[in-house]
Ligand binder design. Structure first.
Ligand code: PHE
Length: 326
C-alpha cells in the first residue's frame, strides 16, 4: 500500500515499511498515519517535499518467507508501483528495509533514496537520523535544564533497532546513566556491553529516568501511559509517538516536555535529499542534519512563550508552509 498524503510542497517522500500486522487493515491505518507524519516532517525540515509512505503488510509469522527470490519479486513490485506514480512519490528505507532493498527497487524506478554508497546512493539513513536525535536531545535538555551535562542525567531508550542502538551507544559515550529495552531479548547483550540496565519496554516507559527516548514503533504515548511516566522530557526517533493529538495536552499538563517526533526524526530524509538531490557531501549533509537541534529549540521556546504545547507550535510551522506553499 502506498499513501501519498501531500504534494503541496513537492514530490511526496517517505520510507517503505515491510512488517507483519495481525490484520492488513492495521497496515492500511499505519500507512495513512505515517504518510501524514511525513508531510509534517518534510515541512518542518524545510524541504520542498510532501509526505508519503509505503507499507507491505505481511501476515503474522510470515516475515521469514520473504527472503531470496521472493523478496526480490516483492521489491520489484514495489518499484513498479512507485514508478507508476510518475514521480509523485519517492521511497526510501524504513522498518524492515535497508539500502540493499533500495538497490533492488532502483532497478524499476529512479524514485528511491538510500541505495548503498557503492551503488550511487547515500547509504544507510540510520546514522544521520541518529545524529538528528542527538542534536534534538541536546536541545531539549538545554531547554529544560540549561547548562546541564548529559553525564549528570539518566535516560531510558525504548527500541534498540537501527537508530536506537546508535543513540544508546552515543549516550553511553557521553557518560549518561542508561536504561534500555527492546522487544527482542537478544539485544540484552548490547545493554551488558554498555553497562546499561535492561528492562522490558513497559518498564522503560515508567522508568524513573530524566529523559525518555522512544525509538521503536509508534503510539506509545496515550492518556493512560502518560499518567504513569517517570520522566520529565521525551525526545526520540519513533514516528507517531502520540496515540492521539490530545495526548500532547496531557503531557503538557503533567509538566512533561515532549519534543515532537516530526522534528526530531528528520535526519534521514534531510541527509538523503541534500545528498542525492542537491549534490551535497556527507559532511555538508551532516551540518544540515545538526540544524534539527536549533529548529527544535525554536519550537520549544515558541511553545513556552505562547503557553501552548510543542505539538501546537510545530503544527503552526507546518500550517504556514502548507498554506503559503513555500
Ligand atoms: N524512515 C524514514 C523516515 O521515517 C524515511 C526515509 C529515510 C525516506 C530516508 C527517505 C530517505 O523518515
Amino acid at each position: 500500500m502506498i499513501s501519498i498524503d501531500s504534494t503541496r510542497l513537492g514530490p511526496a517522500l517517505g520510507g517503505c515499511r515491510i512488517k507483519a500486522y495481525s490484520r492488513w487493515q492495521d497496515g492500511l491505518a499505519d500507512v495513512l498515519r505515517l504518510s501524514a507524519a511525513m508531510t509534517e516532517k518534510a515541512a518542518l525540515a524545510g524541504l520542498e517535499h510532501g509526505g508519503g509512505k509505503a507499507v507491505v503488510a505481511l501476515t503474522e509469522g510470515s516475515s521469514a518467507d520473504w527472503t531470496g527470490a521472493r523478496r526480490s519479486e516483492l521489491l520489484a513490485d514495489i518499484g513498479d508501483l512507485v514508478e507508476d506514480l510518475d514521480g509523485r512519490y519517492w521511497t526510501g528505507p524504513d522498518i524492515g528495509t535497508g539500502p540493499a532493498d533500495m538497490a533492488e527497487i532502483h532497478r524499476r524506478t529512479r524514485q528511491v533514496f538510500c541505495r548503498p554508497e557503492s551503488d550511487g546512493g547515500s547509504g544507510d539513513s540510520s546514522g544521520p537520523t541518529a545524529i538528528g536525535v542527538q542534536s534534538a536531545i541536546r536541545a531539549a535538555v538545554e531547554h529544560r535544564w540549561p547548562g546541564r551535562e548529559l553525564s549528570t542525567l539518566s535516560f531510558a531508550v525504548i527500541g534498540l533497532g537501527h537508530v536506537g542502538s546508535l543513540v544508546g551507544a552515543w549516550l553511553t559515550g557521553e557518560g549518561a546513566r542508561l536504561t534500555v529495552s527492546d522487544v527482542d531479548p537478544s539485544l540484552k547483550t548490547l545493554a551488558q556491553q554498555w553497562g546499561a540496565q535492561w528492562v522490558t519496554p513497559e518498564q522503560a516507559l515508567t522508568a524513573d529516568a530524566d529523559v525518555l527516548v522512544p525509538c521503536a514503533t509508534g503510539g506509545i504515548l496515550s492518556a493512560a501511559s502518560t499518567a504513569s511516566l517517570g520522566c520529565s522530557v521525551i525526545v526520540g526517533a519513533a514516528n507517531n509517538q502520540l496515540d492521539h493529538p490530545a495526548t500532547a495536552e496531557r503531557l503538557h499538563e503533567r509538566g512533561v516536555l515532549w519534543a515532537p517526533d516530526s522534528v526530531v526524526s528528520a535526519g534521514g530524509i534531510i541527509a538523503a535529499v541534500t545528498r542525492e538531490l542537491h549534490g551535497a557531501t556527507a559532511a555538508e549533509a551532516e551540518q544540515q542534519v545538526r540544524g534539527i537541534g536549533g529548529r527544535l529549540a525554536t519550537i520549544l521556546e515558541d511553545a513556552r512563550a505562547r503557553r501552548i504545547t510543542p505539538l501546537a507550535a510545530a503544527g503552526g510551522v507546518v500550517d504556514l508552509r502548507l498554506r503559503t506553499g513555500r
